[in-house]
Structure formats: C-alpha cells, structure tokens
Design a protein around this ligand. Structure first.
Ligand SMILES: [Zn+2]
Length: 416
C-alpha cells in the first residue's frame, strides 16, 4: 500500500491531488507533493469563493502528522487569485492549512489534543517539534473554540481567583456550574472590579440577567460586581473558600506561636505540625493521628484555634438556614471571646457576610457543592503541568484548553 493511498483515505480534499511521496535528501522526513486538480479554480482567501488565477508563489512546506519517526511535509505551490468581488490580488485558501501557519490543521488538532494530556513541553518532545509550535497549535484550536462555542442559558456561575507567577499575580476565573454543565467560561487578568466586569461584557446583559446562582469568595471587588450585574441572582459564599480562609487563619496562628516558642527557647511542640492541623482528621495516617492527639493535649493557642476550626465543620451538616444561622452566631460569639486574633478576624468577616453564607443552605439542593473546588483543583493542575508558562497569554490558553470544553474544528479523520 502506498502512502498516497493512505493520505487519500484520511486527508483528502476536493480540488487537490497528492502527486508523489519521497524521502528528503537526509532521509529524515517524507515530502508529499500536492498540486491542484486539473481545471479546478483557486479559492480567494477573502471571500472564500473561486476566483480566476493570477500567478504562483514559491513552494511552501506544511508540516503534517509525523509517521513512524519521520517528519511529514506537504509541499504545495500557492496560487494567487485576481478576485473581482474583493477587488484585490489575494493568496488562495487551502483547506489543510491557514495563511500564516506552517502546521497543517490536522497536525494542530493532533498536537493540541495531546497537549491536554501531556505538558506542552512533553508534547513537543514526543513529536520532535518545538514548544512554540505546540503553543501555536493550542492557540489555533482555542481561538476556534471560543469563536464557535455556544453560551446558551447560564443558570449558575462561580467566580474564583487563582495565584500564579509564584503567587505574585492573580487571575480571575469564571465557571459555569449548572447541574450537568461545568466549564470554564472566562479568564481575566488580576482580580479587580474591571477584570470581573470583563466577563459580563462578553456574555452581555441579557444572559447575565438570567443567572440564578452566583458562587464566590469574600473578595470585596467580586461582591460589588455581583451586586451590580446579578442583582436578581441568589449569591452564595462558597463553602470551599470559607474553609480555605479558615485554614489560612489557623496556619497564621500556628506559625506565630511556633516563632514565639522558638524565640523563648521552649520545647518545639509545633514542629512539623502544619499538615497535621490543616488536613481533615480522616485523611491522616495512623501515626499522624497519634501525633495529633498528643499535640491536642498541649495548652496552646494553636490547639484552641484548631478546635474552633473543627467545630465549625458542623455548620455544613445543617439543612435549614435558620438552624445554620443560629450555629454560626454561636460559633462567632465563642471565637470573639477567644483572644486569637486571626480567628477573630474570620469571625468578623463571617458575621459581616452572614446572609451570603446562609444562602448556601437556601440553594443547597439546587447546586452541586464542591464543583468550584473541583474546577479550582483542575486549574491548579493545569498550571502546575505547564511549567514554562510565564505569560498571561499562555496560562489563559492552557486553562481554556483544558477546562473550557470548547468545540474543536472538524477534521477529515480522527488522527488521535
Ligand atoms: Zn475574494
């Protein structure tokens, strides 16, 4: 069987003919000559309609999917057309590639699909291509996806902030969290009012007004935008963000007390206790559980903060907003007497956002809880997998690519 036969089977285009396949001079790549079918007119790249020929350009090489360790190139001499409709001399449009890129569409889709499973660097290495070409491929596929995605009605959104560039910078991510449809809708720079407003500009007022639930953390700029743009929606403070803040406060107490003990030359009781205190008890190993039990016998501020945090977990077991509210008030009162400043700060902020927290119970049956947390974890994995992404653009593409559930361009064949 000849290579041309296979190509005609999986990558055939009307109006073009595969002429012959041969090795390059160094035998490292396979070159396949392509020519227009006799009598078929070139297509104008402006209006996408056939137009009379004008002249020919130099031969171009389009990179195709590698085969058995050989790079594969399609060689084609682009024609130019004299298009009367457009009133210009334009380069023709070819179905396997686009004007500026050297990769064929099939190869871009192939690389982009792998780049969802591997890091971009690994993808480049696996197919002996460059990181830049993988970037190009993902950019092409994501751009297509964003142009062709259907937003439809959005019932619930979650807004989330995420740190990058070693924690010095923030992104704002907006997810759709409808039952049945969870996907990343939008990535914005920073975590300002303007960045979140960018999302509402994209979806427009009509879609925004139909949103029923909004999940967020307590970040004031987000709260402000939600009040303005989704005044009709039930706004819920996300459980996951509250727990994360609580853990942060506990960690602050622990770090402060450990430092104080070290300064005073005391017994370093809190050494290596960080994860003992932050993990849920059921996730600890037996040996860690014993150490935690010993630690909890000590008379430490950290221990009191830990017990307060653990007691707080009970909140999520309530079904009724009224009982949850009563529990929340009691807990806050207890914390305010504790003289543990980071925890008091949490209690003050919980009191301030009491109604938004209780909305969690008002909406509980209708929103799949933990969905924002799941998406946040996936976003972090994407960022971790993508060492080498330093710019906002790279991260934005990688996040849309792995979490956006974007439509892909059609292909002549499933190469992967
Ligand atoms: Zn034209």
């Amino acid at each position: 069987m000849e290579l041309i036969t296979i190509l005609n089977r999986c990558h055939r285009f009307r109006g073009f003919v595969y002429e012959q396949a041969r090795f390059s001079a160094d035998k490292k790549s396979i070159e396949v000559a392509v020519r227009p079918r006799n009598g078929s007119a070139a297509v104008c790249s402006h209006c996408h309609l056939p137009a009379p020929g004008y002249d020919q350009l130099a031969e171009r090489r389009f990179e195709f999917i590698p085969l058995w360790g050989f790079l594969v190139f399609l060689l084609y001499t682009m024609r130019r057309v004299d298009c009367r409709r457009c009133g210009v001399v334009a380069v023709e449009e070819v179905p396997w590639g686009d004007g500026k890129r050297t990769l064929t569409r099939a190869y871009m889709l192939f690389l982009a699909r792998w780049a969802r499973k591997l890091s971009w660097k690994e993808t480049a290495e696996a197919f002996r291509t460059s990181w830049e070409k993988v970037f190009d491929a993902v950019e092409h596929i994501v751009t297509f996806g964003l142009e062709h995605r259907v937003l439809g009605q959005i019932d619930a959104i979650g807004v989330d902030e995420i740190q990058y560039a070693k924690g010095h910078k923030y992104l704002t991510l907006v997810y759709q969290i409808d039952l049945g449809v969870t996907r990343l809708l939008w990535v914005g720079r920073e975590r300002t009012i303007e960045s979140f407003q960018g999302f509402f500009t994209i979806i427009g007022d009509e879609l925004a007004s139909k949103i029923v639930f909004v999940c967020s953390d307590m970040w004031e700029p987000y709260l402000k935008v939600i009040r303005e743009k989704c005044s009709e929606a039930l706004h819920i403070l996300d459980r996951f963000h509250i727990v994360a803040n609580m853990n942060k406060a506990l960690d602050e107490v622990r770090a402060g007390e450990a430092r104080r003990i070290a300064c005073e030359g005391g017994v370093p009781l809190l050494k290596k206790s960080r994860w003992l205190l932050l993990k849920r008890e059921e996730n600890l190993k037996t040996e860690q559980r014993f150490r935690l039990r010993d630690l909890l016998r000590c008379n430490l501020k950290t221990v009191r903060a830990y017990l307060l945090k653990e007691a707080f977990q009970q909140l999520w077991d309530y079904n009724s907003p009224a009982w949850a509210g009563k529990f929340l008030d009691d807990w806050c009162r207890q914390v305010m007497r504790s003289r543990i400043e980071p925890m008091k700060k949490i209690a003050r902020s919980l009191r301030q956002h009491r109604e938004l927290i209780l909305n969690y119970f008002r909406a509980q049956k209708l929103l799949s809880s933990g969905v924002v947390e799941g998406l946040n974890n996936k976003a972090k994995v994407t960022m971790r997998k993508s060492y080498g992404f330093r710019t906002f653009r790279c991260l934005e593409l990688a996040l849309y690519h792995s979490l956006g559930k974007l439509p892909e361009p059609e292909s002549t064949h499933d190469f992967f």
